[in-house]
Design a protein around this ligand. Structure first.
Ligand code: GUN
Ligand code: ZN
Length: 434
């Protein structure tokens, strides 16, 4: 057997399907004493250790005690230039953008600054067990180069793009319809499909792009196979009123993107807090995805995301941390807040639905479920080792748990970066806590 074969032994849990489609019991596989077999960066097999070990003579087995292996987490919406402004006090979306976000993003004109933050940002993702993210860069092409260079060095599966923004922002952050198109095209040629990297055409949101820019963005989105489109949608009530005033000829916010051909498979809209049934249906029918960003929606006072409503319309939904409006890089903490968002609406979020959102559901939202999201043979070996004994409270609380669902729920509510013992990308260890 080749020397790149390795096996990892611990409790192992992964999603098989959406609990909303197949019911909770059929949505996951769990191996109490499991084994994950990895070769050349890919999953070969997963199952009970007792069943697999006899066939693996000579294979190195790495064993973790009091630990749970899950697929790497998938963050479907985050801004790397906003790493340094997390927890900016006191404003809702539009004032928050003007007061904090735009001055912070202006610093990314400097490639050295962009490289420093890209490296710190990726370190934070990995410390939190996130192995794939859909990432906003800044308006500067050099911010995208800095990000992809850092991601490539770690062989991560990452999606990112240059912000397109040609109005309603400070002059030093504006491109033009033509320069934004040309710069994005050059970045696509340089990075899209290189290793595990993918490019996303990234208009910030409808208010900061002219109709000409949205038109060119829509054209670009369809010019290359498998490109992504990444933007914001219906996050805040004042934002929605502004969009109506800027685009009076369109029937609503989503219709602006629809008109410019910015919807469909691999189009990902962050937030979608205030969508009507018609808009949800259009998102579902078109194969577009929405990123649920609970910590951000609470922090900016944007509103409560109605997950069951989007599910009813067949919309693909992933989980987003939305750093820096979001307040944690941790998908566990993001699920903690997601649960509370549901509670405030008299709804529940089952822990296995949460697991799905953070892994296979995110992969499906990104049309990457043939490559990542669970441990089906052949998928990328992106996985995380979670430590049941990360803190005294976690160890004690999990000791009281009667079944897997209770354990998983407590892990999500109490866990954070401290619970991530080790993170693997393409079979390589990329973060070790201690
Ligand atoms: N809408 C437009 N830009 C942004 C941003 O940077 N963060 C959030 N949360 N919403 C936005
Ligand atoms: Zn955002």
């Amino acid at each position: 057997m080749s020397t790149s074969v390795k096996a990892y032994r611990a409790a192992i849990l992964h999603s098989l399907a959406d609990p909303a489609d197949v019911g909770v019991e059929r949505s996951y596989a769990y191996f109490e004493d499991g084994l994950l077999l990895v070769e050349d960066g890919r999953v070969v097999q997963v199952g009970e250790a007792a069943a697999l070990l006899p066939g693996l003579a000579g294979v190195e087995v790495v064993e973790y005690r009091d630990a749970l292996i899950t697929p790497g987490f998938i963050d479907t919406h985050i801004h790397y230039p906003q790493t340094g402004m997390v927890a900016a006090y006191g404003e809702q979306l539009l004032d928050w953008l003007n007061t904090y976000t735009f001055p912070t993003e202006a610093r990314f004109a400097d490639p050295a600054h962009a490289r420093e933050v890209a490296s710190l940002f990726l370190g934070e993702l990995l410390r939190n067990g996130t192995t794939t993210a859909l990432v906003f860069c800044s308006v500067h092409p050099q911010s995208v180069d800095a990000f992809f260079e850092a991601a490539q060095a770690l062989d991560l599966r990452m999606i990112a793009g240059k912000v397109l923004m040609d109005r309603n922002a400070p002059d030093d952050l504006l491109d033009s319809a033509e320069s934004g198109y040309a710069q994005s095209k050059a970045l696509i040629e340089r990075w899209h499909g290189k290793g595990r990297l993918h490019y996303a055409v990234t208009p910030r949101f409808a208010p900061t792009s002219t109709p000409e820019q949205l038109d060119l963005a829509g054209r670009l989105f369809h010019e290359y196979p498998d490109l992504y489109m990444h933007t914001h949608l219906s996050e805040n009530l004042k934002e929605i009123e502004w969009v109506k005033a800027l685009f009076p000829e369109r029937s609503g916010y989503l219709d602006v993107y629809d008109h410019y051909r910015l919807i469909g498979p691999r189009a990902v809209f962050a937030h979608g807090v205030h969508l009507c049934d018609e808009e949800c249906a259009r998102l579902g029918d078109s194969g577009s995805a929405v990123a649920f960003c609970p910590t951000s929606n609470l922090f900016l006072g944007s509103g409560l995301f109605d997950l069951p409503k989007l599910q009813r319309h067949g919309v693909r939904v992933g989980l987003g941390t939305d750093i820096g409006a979001g307040t944690s890089f941790s998908q566990l903490q993001t699920l903690n807040e997601a649960y509370k968002v549901m509670q405030l609406q008299g709804k529940k979020l089952d822990p296995f639905q949460s697991l799905y959102l953070a892994t296979l559901g995110g992969a499906r939202a990104l049309y990457l479920d043939q490559r990542i999201g669970n441990f089906e043979p052949g998928k990328d070996a992106d996985f995380v080792v979670l430590d049941y004994r990360a803190t005294p409270l976690l160890a004690y609380r999990l000791g009281q748990a009667k079944d897997l669902a209770e354990k998983l729920f407590a892990l999500m509510l109490l866990g954070d970066d401290r619970a991530v013992k080790e993170t693997f990308a393409a079979g390589r260890s990329v973060h070790r806590r201690d």
